[in-house]
Ligand binder design. Structure first.
Ligand code: FE2
Length: 252
């Protein structure tokens, strides 16, 4: 696991970004968080274990998940949004997540004073979650369903620095321009990464919902989106040139 640091202009509080944990052993992550002591922790989706989203997976049955959530909540205010692997979670599952002490943002936002800074944190749920809750549609029946964006304008109009947890990086096209920073994952870095001599940058080979040679797989994009390569794996394929990462964000 790599500890990646990014500096973002006017970023208000030292923060950590974790995505795609997929039930991985929480202890190395918590050890890193204890050393860095961020003032805010963002878990931007796919904390549920398993190679595929499955309706029979319950949050309370995964000790790694509940230990990660409670461990983060014990260190700093922790905000959680829902990825595609959370598509089948029940109301009871969401209650279990909240009971760990984190703030669950299910297509909603909260405004908080953190270390003297007014921060508005939102969570844009995966369209797969929204589709399943509305229609019972699954990953197999609906391809890349749209997320619920009806609340984003109200979120963007709040006073403060806006941080939007959006598991899917491709949703950035739907984010109002006044949102200062979006935090994403989902692409797993594109699974295999290579250095593109044409663009002089590392890029991935494949990402779900983006396909082959995806644009949004890791790093800082246009100064307003950070994409994590994630912390767990959901395929038997090896990651090549693509270490897992925990991200720390500071102001510059
Ligand atoms: Fe995902």
């Amino acid at each position: 696991m790599t500890e990646t640091r990014y500096r973002i202009k006017n970023f208000p509080v030292p923060a950590a970004l974790l995505t795609d944990t997929h039930g991985t052993d929480p202890e190395p992550l918590l050890e890193s968080l204890r050393r860095h002591a961020p003032a805010l922790i963002a878990l931007a989706g796919d904390f549920v274990p398993g190679l595929k989203p499955r309706p029979d997976v319950r949050v309370e049955q995964s000790r790694n998940v509940t230990a990660l959530l409670a461990g983060c909540a014990g260190l700093a205010p922790t905000f959680v949004s829902l990825g595609n692997h959370e598509a089948y979670l029940s109301r009871e599952d969401l209650d279990t997540v909240r009971a760990a002490g984190v703030t669950l943002l299910e297509n909603g936002y909260v405004a908080r004073d953190i270390g003297g800074a007014q921060v508005v944190v939102g969570g844009l749920s995966s369209g797969y979650y929204t589709a399943y809750q509305r229609y019972g549609a699954t990953e197999r029946t609906v391809k890349s369903p749209d997320p619920d964006t009806g609340w984003l304008e109200g979120f963007a109009a709040q006073e403060g620095y806006h941080i939007l947890l959006t598991h899917h990086p491709e949703y950035i096209r739907l984010v109002p321009p006044s949102v200062e920073l979006a935090l994403s994952g989902h692409a797993h870095g594109g699974q295999w990464r290579f250095y593109d001599l044409r663009t002089k940058a590392w890029r991935g080979v494949y990402a779900p919902d983006q396909g082959l040679f995806p644009k949004l797989t890791g790093g800082v994009v246009d100064g307003r989106q950070i994409i994590s390569r994630g912390l767990g794996n959901t395929t038997h394929l090896p990651r090549i040139h693509n270490d897992t990462e925990i991200i720390y964000i500071e102001s510059c």
